[in-house]
Design a protein around this ligand. Structure first.
Ligand SMILES: Nc1ncnc2c1ncn2[C@@H]1O[C@H](COP(=O)(O)OP(=O)(O)O)[C@@H](O)[C@H]1O
Ligand SMILES: [Mg+2]
Length: 550
């Protein structure tokens, strides 16, 4: 990333004492720092608790040709040219990391206080990369020394660079620090990574490359959203598994990517399945969404159309909110990523903001895409029964991060947010202008219940025509889609156990046996309707509020 490189140089040159690079990509961060420092002829020192402080080896600038490397590249290029592809040019620093060995450790620098004391005593202009120093920041001596070194460095061209997955600085040094972010790689960079990774692997084993240029592009596109290191690992695994880089890589990397994102614990990559036709009713919402289909195509922009930003779908539980959010991506044939609110909070309170930023970055890399935030109130209300409630500060910082991303995002990411309880939501979140529209989903009216019965029966291999739908619709007044679905499901169990076909009678018995939520939670629903009547648009065509309670 040339822009990060430039930024680093500016920061080194302008006497910045302390840089923080929060990333899991330590190798890449170190590589960038080395390159920036080498361009400015600044020496680089690296420290870790394992190896102490050492002078960095050869910088990453092209050095003398290494015979091993050259042979490797030539092999790869021979393969690539057979396949009619452009040759690759492997940056030397990538292929062979600069040698750093335990022998070159500077004495008395293994401990964190030790290394800082040593740096404090040095007078040379230099860049010091301190790896995972955040693990030692609960030591008061370390914090004090860090502060002293940083203060001294404001007057010299010395810079400390802290790398680590999550660096939370104490207040004493926070004001001296600049943060440098590593952006996620774009499609062009990812394509390079594929070529380079293949090149690197082909040095060690015989590999075939049968992927055509279009396949390279498609594979690169499917890697979007991963960090450089994740992409590299993903590609390597895919190549090694097949002893080749073939057209299968296009889909292989997608599978791998889903796994990587799932493990990172806050994003679920979902196969966009069914379209809007699988939803019963909610015709207003569906019409609104259909009107915006295609708005992400380049032509639309040429026509003067801004891509839609998102919807909030709020309302009664079990009436198809989550289902609708999911179906948007299916209908528009866009990738769908689901933001896992529970995982975002789960035990990483301190890192929540970083995680949410990663979510946005990934979504933008996938753009045009749909980002589904289910149960918005759990993320932003800060009053749920989960760990989030204990830290209202995190919730409000998260909200800040989310709002500013909604405002500034560059790539067309459509946010589909759902909520069961809007009264908990902060007003600034749902103020007009943030989202394109707020839809209210109520209990299904008669026409909608008919549609739901038809769809759900058909989905379960039942012919809707053999049922007395009129009777079922009347008997299911006040029932949600989920409750109707549950009645069909348990009716099927009952019928199957009795070795009889599913009948209207069986379904009626099942409906009778359940008390719908609208009866037990009538007050909650009334409150939702009241709220929605002022601020939201009905997702259904006709107003069905009144009839549902009788
Ligand atoms: N309008 C509907 N059309 C078809 N099925 C529905 C509808 N509403 C609810 N369902 C059924 O109920 C299930 C739960 O709905 P869901 O979308 O999760 O509700 P919520 O509004 O609580 O997010 C769905 O998976 C679907 O099977
Ligand atoms: Mg839901």
């Amino acid at each position: 990333m040339p822009d990060v490189l430039e930024r680093l140089k500016v920061l080194f040159n302008s006497f910045n004492p302390l840089l923080v690079m929060e990333t899991v990509e330590e190798t890449r961060a170190v590589d960038l720092v080395r390159r920036a420092a080498s361009d400015l002829s600044l020496p680089v020192f690296e420290w870790s608790i394992a190896d102490g402080l050492q002078r960095s080896g050869a910088p990453v600038n092209p050095g003398p040709a290494d015979p091993r490397r050259t042979t490797g590249v030539n092999n790869v290029n021979a393969l690539l040219s057979q396949a009619g592809l452009p040759m690759v040019n492997i940056p030397p620093g990538m292929a062979l990391p600069a040698p750093v060995g335990p022998s070159s450790m500077i004495v008395n620098t293994q401990s964190a206080p030790g290394v800082l004391a040593h740096i404090e005593s040095m007078t040379t202009d230099a860049v010091f990369i301190l790896k995972d120093l955040h693990r030692h920041l609960d030591d008061v001596v370390v914090v004090r020394r860090l502060r002293q070194v940083a203060q001294n460095f404001t007057r010299t061209r010395g810079t400390l660079v802290l790398t680590g997955p999550a660096v939370n600085l104490p207040d004493e040094v926070e004001s001296l620090a600049e943060y440098v972010e590593l952006p996620l790689p774009d499609a062009a960079r990812l394509r390079k990574i594929i070529e380079e990774t293949f090149g690197r692997l082909a040095q060690k084993q015989t590999l075939k490359c049968t992927l055509d240029p279009a396949g390279f592009d498609a594979t690169a596109a499917n890697l979007r959203g991963l960090t450089e290191e994740e992409a590299e690992r993903t590609v390597a695994q895919v190549i090694v598994a097949r002893y080749a880089l073939s057209s299968a890589a296009v889909t292989d990397v997608l599978e791998q990517k889903k796994e990587v994102l799932r493990r990172s614990g806050m994003l679920e990559f979902i196969d966009a399945g069914a379209g809007l036709d699988s939803i019963g009713g909610l015709e207003n919402l569906k019409a609104w969404l259909r009107k915006r289909q295609g708005a992400f195509e380049p032509d639309a922009r040429g026509f003067g159309l801004e891509p839609p930003r998102g919807v909030v779908i709020m309302g009664v539980q079990g009436c198809g909110k989550s289902m609708s959010a999911r179906c948007i991506a299916g209908e528009w044939k866009l990738p769908l990523v689901k933001f896992d609110s529970a995982a975002v909070f789960d035990k990483y309170i301190g890192e929540t903001e970083k995680r949410i930023k990663r979510v946005f970055a990934v979504a933008e890399q996938l753009a045009p895409a749909v980002l589904w935030i289910d149960e918005l109130e759990k993320v932003f209300a800060g009053s749920g029964p989960d760990s989030a409630s204990s830290d209202a500060g995190v919730s409000s910082r998260l909200l800040g991060a989310f709002l500013s991303w909604m405002q500034d995002r560059k790539a067309p990411v459509f946010v589909a947010a759902t909520s069961n309880n809007v009264t908990w939501l902060p007003p600034e979140l749902i103020r007009k202008g943030r989202f394109d529209e707020i839809f209210f989903v109520d209990l299904p009216n008669a026409a909608e219940r008919q549609a739901i019965f038809r769809l759900q029966l058909a989905r379960r291999m039942q012919n809707p025509l053999v049922f007395d739908l009129e009777t079922l619709i009347a008997a299911s007044d006040g029932y949600s889609g989920a409750e109707i679905d549950a009645a069909i499901q348990s009716g099927l169990y009952a019928a199957y156990a009795d070795k009889k076909p599913l009948t209207t009678q069986v379904l009626l018995a099942e409906l009778k046996a359940t008390v719908p939520l609208s009866a037990t939670r009538a007050e909650d629903i009334a409150r939702l309707r009241d709220w929605a009547s002022q601020r939201a648009v009905h997702a259904s065509l006709t107003d069905r509020a009144a009839a549902a309670f009788r």
